[in-house]
Design a protein around this ligand. Structure first.
Ligand SMILES: *Cc1c(COP(=O)(O)O)cnc(C)c1O
Length: 398
C-alpha cells in the first residue's frame, strides 16, 4: 500500500463525519458529482411514498391545511436557514434558481431606485457566471432599462459607481471552484448604494455562508447539489428581514398575496419572506427536500467545511503524486479562503477522460471545453474515495 493510501485509511478512521455516509443510498463507486446532483438520502423514498399514499391519496385537498402543504415553502426555508447563516423568517423555497435570480435581481434594481440617490441604471454581472444567471441578467437589464456590464468578481470594487443598481455574483465559481470574498464584496456593493445578489448554488451545504452576519440582503441557491434535495428540487430565496417590506417582486403571484384566498383583483403583498413566492408550490419535490434535509440533523456546517478542505487538499496531493507531471493543471485555488468544495482540473482530453473515469466507477463531470470537475460532498465522500479517484485518474490518463 502506498503511503497515501495508508494515510487515507487513518484519516477516514479519525473522521467524525464518516458515519453520515450511511444516511445515503450509494454503491461501491466513488461519487464526486454531488455538486451537480446530490446523492439520495436513505429516508426519502419511504417518506415520499407516505406523502403520496396518505397525504395525496387519502387526505387529498385537506393536506393543504392539515398536512402543512400550504406553509411548506417557509417551513422548509427555515430548515435551510441555519445552513446559510440566516435567522428564521428570511428564506422561502420554490421555483428554480434561475427564476429566483430573476426575482432577486429585478427587486434589487427596484429597491436601489426607491432608495433615491442617483440614476441607478447599471447592473454588474459576474462575467464568469453560470450561463443561466447571465441570460437572466440580460433580460432583467432590458426590462429595467439598465445597461449590463460583465466584470470578474475581482473587478467589482473598481467597477462600482453611483449608477450601479445591482450586482449579481456567485459565491463559488461553478467551473473552477474558486470561492469569492462574500463579506468584502457585499460591503463594497452596499457602500455605493447598490444591492448585491448572491448565487449560493455551489456553497449552500458545502461551507458556512453567514448571510445575516455579513449583511447580505438578497441571495438565491439551489437545493439539489450540496443539499441533496433531488433532481429539480425547488431553489431558495433569502430576503433579509430589513428589506422585506420593500421587496417588490416582479412575479407577484397569488401565493405571495396578503390574503391569497381573498381572490382579489388587486395585488397586495404578504409580509415577510413569503413575498418571494409565486404560484402553487411543487409539493412532492418540496417534501422530498424537507426529508432530505434531515441528514443535517446534528451536523454543524463548520465541521463539513473542515472536512471539505482536508478532502480537497488530500485529493490534490494524490493527483500530484499519481498523475504524470504536466498532464493536468489545477484550476482550483490552493489557498483555503479561495476554495469551494470541488477540484477542477484542466486537461486537453477532459471529455474522453471523464467518460473512462465513469466507466471505472469514478463519477465526476466534464465542463466544456477542457475541465474535469470533482465535487466533494463531505457528508458521504471519504479520504479513501479521494485516493482511489486520483489513482484511477492517473491510470486513465497514462
Ligand atoms: C446549478 C446552478 C444553477 C442552476 O439553475 P437552475 O435554475 O436550478 O437550473 C444556477 N446558477 C448556478 C451558479 C448554478 O451553479
Amino acid at each position: 500500500m502506498s503511503e497515501l493510501t495508508l494515510r487515507a485509511e487513518k484519516l477516514d478512521g479519525a473522521d467524525e463525519l464518516a458515519g453520515l455516509r450511511d444516511r445515503f443510498v450509494l454503491d461501491e463507486g466513488v461519487y464526486l458529482d454531488g455538486n451537480s446532483l446530490g446523492a439520495l438520502p436513505a429516508n426519502v423514498p419511504d417518506h415520499i411514498g407516505e406523502v403520496v399514499r396518505r397525504q395525496w391519496g387519502e387526505l387529498r385537498i385537506r393536506s393543504w391545511t392539515e398536512g402543512g402543504w400550504w406553509t411548506a415553502p417557509e417551513r422548509v426555508g427555515d430548515r435551510i436557514a441555519p445552513l446559510v447563516g440566516a435567522a428564521p423568517g428570511q428564506v422561502v423555497v420554490g421555483d428554480s434558481t434561475s427564476v429566483n435570480v430573476f426575482k432577486a435581481l429585478v427587486a434589487a434594481v427596484r429597491m436601489a431606485r426607491q432608495d433615491g440617490a442617483g440614476e441607478r441604471d447599471e447592473i454588474l454581472v459576474d462575467a464568469t457566471t453560470f450561463p443561466s444567471d447571465g441570460y437572466i441578467a440580460q433580460s432583467a437589464a432590458r426590462m429595467t432599462g439598465c445597461a449590463l456590464r460583465p466584470v470578474t468578481p475581482a473587478e467589482v470594487p473598481g467597477a462600482l459607481t453611483a449608477r450601479t443598481a445591482a450586482v449579481l455574483l456567485n459565491h463559488v465559481d461553478y467551473r473552477t471552484g474558486r470561492l469569492h470574498d462574500l463579506p468584502s464584496l457585499t460591503a463594497a456593493v452596499h457602500a455605493v448604494g447598490a444591492y448585491a445578489v448572491w448565487d449560493l448554488c455551489h456553497s449552500a451545504g458545502a461551507l458556512p455562508v453567514g448571510l445575516d452576519e455579513h449583511g447580505v440582503r438578497l441571495a438565491v441557491g439551489c437545493t439539489y447539489k450540496y443539499l441533496n434535495g433531488g433532481p429539480g428540487s425547488p431553489a431558495f430565496l433569502y430576503v433579509r428581514r430589513d428589506v422585506q417590506d420593500r421587496f417588490d417582486s416582479p412575479l407577484p403571484g397569488w401565493n405571495s398575496h396578503a390574503e391569497p384566498f381573498g381572490m382579489r383583483p388587486g395585488y397586495e403583498p404578504a409580509a415577510g419572506a413569503l413575498r418571494g413566492r409565486v404560484g402553487t408550490p411543487d409539493i412532492l419535490s418540496l417534501l422530498a427536500l424537507e426529508a432530505a434535509l434531515g441528514v443535517w440533523d446534528g451536523v454543524p456546517v463548520e465541521a463539513v467545511r473542515a472536512k471539505s478542505l482536508a478532502l480537497t487538499d488530500f485529493f490534490l496531493e494524490c493527483v500530484d503524486a499519481y498523475v504524470p507531471a504536466g498532464r493536468v493543471e489545477s484550476l482550483t485555488p490552493a489557498a483555503h479562503e479561495e476554495r469551494g468544495s470541488q477540484v477542477a482540473l484542466r486537461c486537453p482530453d477532459a471529455g474522453e477522460a471523464m467518460k473512462r473515469l465513469i466507466e471505472r466507477g469514478v463519477v465526476g463531470d466534464f465542463r466544456h471545453p477542457d475541465v474535469l470537475r470533482f465535487g466533494f460532498t463531505p457528508l458521504y465522500v471519504g479520504f479513501a474515495d479521494a485516493d482511489r479517484a486520483a489513482r484511477v485518474l492517473a491510470e486513465v490518463l497514462a
